[in-house]
Design a binder for this molecule. Sequence first.
Ligand SMILES: [Zn+2]
Length: 203
Amino acid sequence: MDQLPAVLSNPTFTAFLRSEPLAVDLVNTRLFLEDSWVDLLDDRPTRQEWLIAEVGRLGVGGEDAVGFTDAAVDDLRPVRTHAAAAIDAVRHGAAPSARSLSGLNRALRAAPVVPQLHWDGHAVVAATTRRSGPLGPRLAAGFAHATLDLLTGSDISQVRRCEAPSCVMLFQARNARRRWCTPSICGNRTRVARYYRRHSSEG
Ligand SMILES: [Zn+2]
């Protein structure tokens, strides 16, 4: 990617990209900005920051932060495609396609969760869960699992698309009145556009 759109260096917007349910965040890595599609997974520095932040929430092991190679990220792309299709269908009350479900299931099977026992050296036996396999499949399985959680829970009914013209960002409207991905960016943009429309039609 030559030049990233300016909004991607806006801290409010980058915080938004890491704040929604993980499956929504993944789908939101494909953005429509300034009249063209931008894929955050194609830009190494941007995706590195995004993945480091998200991996902490995923529980696939933050010690692998240096391993976000192109190959590992490529394992994630089909999960994003299937998550986007399934979320879009289910949030509209429609059936997800067999293709998207089998794609998500394939990712889940590729790196299953393995429960592990640990002795902390003092008094506690602790149980943790780890996914087996290389980082790429673990990342993909982690996000597929996050998609499974979203699709099978009640939160999916709150997932909406931003109302700003041409914005494709999804978010979970925990507050039923939320209309924009980022009120200070998309909300303002919408208000300004409406203002100019009103005033140009008067002139
Ligand atoms: Zn928006």
